[in-house]
Design a protein around this ligand. Structure first.
Ligand code: LAN
Length: 728
C-alpha cells in the first residue's frame, strides 16, 4: 500500500519529501492546534514562512542584528527574532518531543484500525526513527538520549516494519541484532507487552492482568483507580478494555514475519505465562514490589474464573469512561498514549464508519510534529500555554513588551490567553472523575482542556501582567474570570501545603507500591511538587496585589502552608529535586522563588543559604551550569558534558531570588548566555531540558528563547529580570 521505496543506502541522511512543501496550518478558531500538512506536487507551491523553515531546520533568512553590548540589548534581539516564530493567532508553536514510546502507539493504533498514514508522513516518520537510532548499536531507548532498551528497540523496530521498511534494510538488521542481544522482545516491559499483544505479535497470556472490573470496586477503597495519577488511570482505562476483550489484529504475512524477527526463540514454543514478570534487566526502573506481585497473583487467579456478567459490567464501565474522555476533549484526549488506545476502542466498539472513530482519526494529527530529523509524535498536542505564559511575563516585566514594535505581538498573546482560558467545567464532570476546569488554563490547548495547577497559575500571571496598564473596560479578561482561577487554585491545594499537577492528591503514597509500569518512577499518585507549588503561590500573590479584596485571608494561609511544604521538601544536599525539568537546577529556581515571597534570602535564611551554596558549587569555569537528565533518574547531581544556556538562566534566577550577595557568578552567567547568542538573536538548541516520570526526558525548545529574560518575577517587584538585575 505504500508507494515510495525506502532505499537500502538511505539511513535518514536527507529528506525524502520536498521540505519546502510542508505547512503548519493556521486554524481560524485561533485555539492553537498544530497540524502539519503537505502541499502536494502539482498544486501551486506554498510560500513557507520563517516559522516553518525554522522548525523544520531549513535555511531561513533573518536579518543579522547589531551586536548586543548589554544583556537588555541581547534580550531585545532575542525577541526580535522570536517574534518571527509567533503564529498569527498569537501563540508560539513548537516541537515537544523526546519519548520513544509514542510513535509506536500512533503507528500500531493506525495499523490495526486501518487509519491511513499519508505517504509524506510515513517517510518523515521513518526518517525520524532512522536518525534517532543509536549511533553505537542501532537501537532505541525510552527517550532520545537514553541507552538502547528492549522497550524502545522492540517498539520502534515494529513501527518501522509497519511503516513499510524491509526487514533486510541495514538499519533494521542492526536494530534487530541489538534487540536480540538484549534478549529479544520476550522481556519487553508491560506497556510494550501490551502494544505487541494488540498487534498480535505477543500473546495476551504473557501480560499481567489489567481487569476492567477494578473500576467496579467501591470508590472509597484506597486502590480504586480514580485515585491514581490522571495520566496513569487514563492509560489503564482503555488498556483494561482492550485486555478485557483480548483485542488483537488479524494475522497477516507481516505479523507472522514479525513473530520470527522479534524473538531469539521459536515464537510458538514460548511459555507465555512465564513472561508476565520477565523484564529485560536493562529496562527496569521500578521493579515489581512484593505487594504488586501479590496483587498480580490474585488477579491472575481471578482471570481464570472471571464471571462473564462482571466482566461485561467492567467493560461497559470503562468503555463509558473512554466515551466521556473523548467527548470532554473533542477526541483530543489527555495525552498521546490514551489517545491511540481510545481510538482503537472506538474502532472496535463503534466501528470504522462511526463519527467517533472518524474524529479520532482526524485528531491524531495534532500530535505530529515535523522537526529537523523528521516527523515524530509529541508528548502532548503541544506546549502552547506553557510557552506563551512565560514569554509574556518576561516581556511585560522587562519592559520590552511596552515598546511600540512589540505591541501587536503582545496583544495577540493576550487574546490567545483570553480564548484559551476554560470558562466552564467539563461536559462530563463528576461522572468522568474530572477535576474542575472553570477558570483554569491547560498546558497546551483549550480543546485538550485539562486543568494543570501551574499552567493555570502561569496563565493567570501572564494575564495580570499583560493587562496591568489597561483600563478595566479595555481588558479582555475581566476580574470575575481571574477570581475563578484563584478559586480553582485555592481549591487544589493539598493538606500538606503543596500543589500537585492536575488534581488534588487523591490516594496515599502507598499506591506507589503497586506501580505496574516497570519503566517509570512515581506515577501512581499526583503528589506535591515544588515547581507547581511555586507557580501557584507566586500567582496568588501577584493577584492579591491587583485585587486585594478577593479572598486575602485564604491566600495568606495557603501561602504560609505552601512555604512550610517547600521547606520540608528541601533535599539533604540543599537543593530541590525537580520532577518536570532537569533537575536540581530547575526545582531550586522554583523553590527559591517561593521563599523569596516571604522574604527569605541568602542573608536571613539557612535554607536559602544552603541552596545557594549548592548552586554555586556547581557553576563551571565558563560561568555556566550543566546538569544531565540522568540526575532525575539517579537522584544525585550528574554533570552534563557542557554547560547549558537554559540551565544557566535557571541557576542565575535561583541566585537572584535568593538575593545572593556576590555579583561575580551572575555576571559570568549572563556573559555565557550572551556569548552563545547567534547573530540573528536566536540561540542554538542544546541538550534536552525536561523530564517526566523520573526516566523520560522531553524537550522544551522554546525555553531557550527566554533564557536571557529570566522567566519569573516576584510580586514585590524588587527582583527584575535576570539581565536587569545583573547589570543594575
Ligand atoms: C507534562 C508536561 C508539562 C508538565 C508541567 C506543566 C511542566 C508540570 O509542571 C506539571 C506536569 C506536566 C503537565 C506534564 C505531566 C506529564 C506529561 C503530560 C508531560 C511531561 C508531557 C508528557 C507527559 C505525559 C505523561 C506523556 C505520556 C506518557 C505517559 C507515561 C502516559
Amino acid at each position: 500500500m505504500y508507494t515510495q521505496p525506502i532505499p537500502h543506502d538511505w539511513h535518514g541522511q536527507y529528506p525524502l519529501t520536498d521540505l519546502s512543501r510542508w505547512k503548519l496550518e493556521d486554524f481560524e478558531d485561533g485555539l492553537g492546534d498544530h497540524n502539519w500538512t503537505y502541499v502536494p506536487k502539482g498544486q501551486k507551491g506554498y510560500k513557507q514562512r520563517l516559522l516553518e523553515k525554522y522548525w523544520i531546520g531549513e535555511k531561513y533568512q533573518a536579518p543579522k542584528l547589531p551586536k548586543a553590548r548589554t544583556p537588555l540589548d541581547a534580550a531585545k534581539n532575542g525577541y526580535t527574532f522570536y517574534k518571527n516564530l509567533q503564529a498569527p493567532d498569537g501563540h508560539w508553536p513548537g516541537e515537544y518531543s523526546g519519548p520513544h514510546f509514542l510513535l509506536p502507539g500512533y503507528v500500531i493504533g493506525s495499523y490495526v484500525t486501518k487509519a491511513p498514514i499519508k505517504e509524506e508522513e510515513r517517510v518523515e516518520m521513518i526518517r525520524w526513527l532512522f536518525n534517532y537510532a543509536h549511533k553505537d548499536d542501532g537501537g532505541w531507548g525510552i527517550h532520545v538520549e537514553g541507552k538502547s532498551t528492549v522497550f524502545g528497540t522492540a517498539l520502534n523496530y515494529v513501527t518501522l516494519r509497519l511503516l513499510g521498511v524491509d526487514a533486510e534494510h541495514p538499519v533494521m538488521v542492526r536494530a534487530r541484532a541489538t534487540l536480540h542481544k538484549l534478549g529479544g522482545a520476550r522481556g519487553v516491559p508491560a506497556w510494550g507487552k501490551f502494544w505487541l499483544s494488540i498487534l498480535n505479535v505477543y500473546d495476551w497470556e504473557g501480560n499481567n492482568p489489567i481487569p476492567p472490573e477494578l473500576w467496579l470496586l467501591p470508590e472509597w477503597l484506597f486502590v480504586h483507580p480514580h485515585r491514581w495519577w490522571i495520566h496513569t488511570r487514563n492509560v489503564y482505562i482503555p488498556m483494561s478494555f482492550l485486555f478485557g476483550v483480548r483485542y488483537k489484529a488479524e494475522e497477516n504475512d507481516l505479523i507472522l514475519s514479525l513473530r520470527q524477527e522479534l524473538y531469539t526463540e521459536n515464537y510458538y514454543s514460548i511459555d507465555w505465562p512465564a513472561q508476565r514478570n520477565h523484564i529485560a534487566p536493562g529496562d527496569i526502573y521500578a521493579p515489581h514490589t512484593f505487594a504488586l506481585n501479590g496483587l498480580f497473583a490474585i488477579l491472575g487467579v481471578y482471570e481464570g474464573c472471571a464471571l462473564p456478567p462482571l466482566r461485561r459490567a467492567g467493560l461497559d464501565f470503562v468503555y463509558n469512561l473512554v466515551v466521556k474522555e473523548d467527548e470532554n476533549t473533542d477526541y483530543q484526549d489527555l495525552g498521546p498514549v490514551n489517545k491511540m488506545m481510545n481510538l482503537i476502542v472506538r474502532h472496535y466498539v463503534d466501528g470504522p464508519d462511526s463519527h467517533a472513530f472518524k474524529e479520532h482519526v482526524k485528531r491524531r494529527l495534532d500530535f505530529l510534529w515535523l522537526g529537523p530529523q523528521g516527523m515524530m509524535m509529541c508528548g502532548t498536542n503541544g506546549s502552547q500555554l506553557w510557552d506563551i505564559s512565560f514569554i509574556s511575563q518576561a516581556l511585560a516585566k522587562t519592559g520590552l513588551g511596552d515598546l511600540p514594535e512589540n505591541h501587536e505581538s503582545m496583544m495577540a498573546a493576550l487574546n490567545w490567553l483570553d480564548r484559551t482560558q476554560m470558562q466552564s467545567n467539563p461536559i462530563h464532570f463528576h461522572t468522568a472523575y474530572r477535576q474542575a476546569t472553570k477558570g483554569a488554563w491547560p498546558f497546551s490547548t483549550k480543546t485538550q482542556g485539562y486543568t494543570v495547577s501551574d499552567c493555570a497559575a502561569e496563565g493567570l500571571k501572564a494575564v495580570l501582567f499583560l493587562q496591568e496598564n489597561m483600563p478595566e473596560e479595555k481588558r479582555p479578561i475581566k476580574e470575575r474570570r481571574l477570581c475563578d482561577t484563584v478559586d480553582i487554585l485555592l481549591d487544589m491545594q493539598n493538606p500538606t501545603g503543596g500543589w500537585a499537577s492536575y488534581e488534588r492528591r487523591r490516594g496515599p503514597m502507598l499506591l506507589e507500591k503497586i506501580n505496574p509500569s516497570e519503566v517509570f518512577g512515581d506515577i501512581m499518585v499526583d503528589c506535591d511538587y515544588p515547581e507547581c507549588t511555586t507557580s501557584v503561590i507566586t500567582a496568588l500573590s501577584i493577584f492579591r496585589k491587583h485585587y486585594p479584596h478577593y479572598r486575602p485571608k485564604e491566600i495568606e494561609t495557603a501561602t504560609k502552608n505552601a512555604i512550610k511544604y517547600i521547606h520540608d521538601a528541601q533535599d539533604s544536599c540543599g537543593a530541590w529535586l525537580g520532577r518536570w525539568g532537569i533537575c536540581f537546577t530547575y526545582a531550586t529556581m522554583f523553590a527559591l522563588e517561593s521563599l523569596s515571597l516571604v522574604g527569605e534570602t541568602y542573608e536571613n535564611s539557612t535554607a536559602v543559604r544552603r541552596a545557594c551554596d549548592f548552586i554555586i558549587s556547581k557553576q563551571r569555569a565558563d560561568g555556566g551550569w550543566g546538569e544531565s537528565w540522568e540526575t532525575c533518574e539517579q537522584l544525585k547531581w550528574i554533570e552534563h558534558e557542557s554547560s547549558q544556556v537554559v540551565q544557566t538562566a535557571w541557576a542565575g534566577l535561583a541566585l537572584m531570588y535568593a538575593k545572593y550577595p556576590h555579583r561575580g557568578p551572575l555576571e559570568k552567567a549572563a556573559q555565557l548566555i550572551m556569548s552563545r547568542q547567534l547573530p540573528d538573536g536566536s540561540w542554538a538548541q542544546e541538550a534536552i531540558e525536561g523530564v517526566f516520570n523520573k526516566t523520560v526526558a522531553i524537550g522544551y525548545p522554546n525555553f531557550k528563547f527566554r533564557s536571557l529574560f529570566g522567566c519569573s518575577v516576584v510580586p514585590t517587584n524588587t527582583c527584575r529580570s535576570f539581565l536587569e538585575w545583573v547589570y543594575m
